[in-house]
Design a protein around this ligand. Sequence first.
Ligand code: C2E
Ligand code: MG
Ligand code: MG
Ligand code: MG
Length: 283
Amino acid sequence: QSKAKGKNAYFLFTQEVNLRISKRLKLENDMRQALKNREFTVYFQPKVNLFNDVVTGMEALVRWHKPDGTVVSPADFIPLAEETGLIVPLGEYVMDASCKAMQLFEGIGCDDISIAVNLSPIQFDQEDLVEMITEKLEMNGVSPSKIELEITESTLMTNVEKSIAKLNMLVDMGMSISIDDFGTGHSSLYYLKNFPIDRLKIDRSFIRDITTDESDAQIVETIILMAGNLGIGVVAEGAETKEQIDMLQSFNCELVQGYYYSPPLPLEDVIVYLRSEGVDCHI
Ligand code: C2E
Ligand code: MG
Ligand code: MG
Ligand code: MG
C-alpha cells in the first residue's frame, strides 16, 4: 500500500513539475512575442527633494501590457527575463524609452531631471553594456549626466574587481550610480568605500514601518548619517504617508520616491504631473 502511495506521490510530483515547466515555457514564449509586439512600456516614478519639494528625477519602471488588457508587474517577469537572457533586449528598450522621455522632459522645461534606469546582474555583465548605452544616448541626443544607473548590492559583489572597473567606466562617461534596495543584500561597508557610488536607495522594507518600529527608524537614520559622512546621497524608497515623510525629513533625508508623491505613471501622465500646479522640476 505504501508503495502505491509512493508511486502516487511521484506521479503528482512529476505532474507538478511538468505543469511548472510548461507554464514557464509559455511565459517565455509570451515574452518573446511581447517584445516583438511592443507590449512593454516604461512608467516613470518621480523622486522628490524633501528640502525644497523639487522633482529631481524619475525612475524608469517597465510594465507589460498584455493584449487582453492585463498589466503584468516586473516582479513576475524580470526573473525569467534574466534567466532567458531576454532582459538584454528588454533593457535596451527601457534605455531607449528613457532617453526619449528625457527629450520630452527637456522639451517642457524640466532640464534638470535625471532618469534612473535599473540594471539587472545579466545586463551589468554584458560586454557591450557601455556601447549599448552610448548608442542610445547618442541616437536620442541625451547627455550621460542625465542618466543614473540602479544596481543592487549582490550584482556588484559577485565579481568585485570587475564591478569596480565597469562602474568606473560608466562614471567616467558621466553617468551616476545608485545602489538599489540598500540594506537587503550584503550591505558590505567595503563597497561604500571602494566603489564609485553616488547614491543609496534605502529599501522600502525599512521605510514601511519607520513610524512604528524603533529599530527601522534607527537603521534609516543611521544609514542617512553614514551616507552623509561619506558624501553619498540617499533616496528613501516607498514612502506612502505624511508621517513617514515627516520622519524622513527629521532625519535629514534628501530624496524620497514613493506613492506619497506619486506612483509610477505612464509618460503622458508624468508630463501632466510635471505641469501640474505645485510641482516644481527646476533647481
Ligand atoms: P525597484 O528598482 O526597487 O523599484 C521600486 C519598486 O517599488 C517599483 O516596483 C515601484 O513601483 C515600487 N514602489 C515605489 N514606491 C512605492 C510605495 O510607496 N509603495 C509601494 N508598495 N511600492 C512602491 P515595480 O515597478 O513593480 O518594480 C519592481 C522591481 O522590478 C524593481 O524594483 C526592479 O528591481 C525591477 N524592475 C522594474 N523595471 C525594471 C527594468 O526596466 N529593468 C530591470 N532590470 N529591472 C526592473
Ligand atoms: Mg530601482
Ligand atoms: Mg529598490
Ligand atoms: Mg526592488
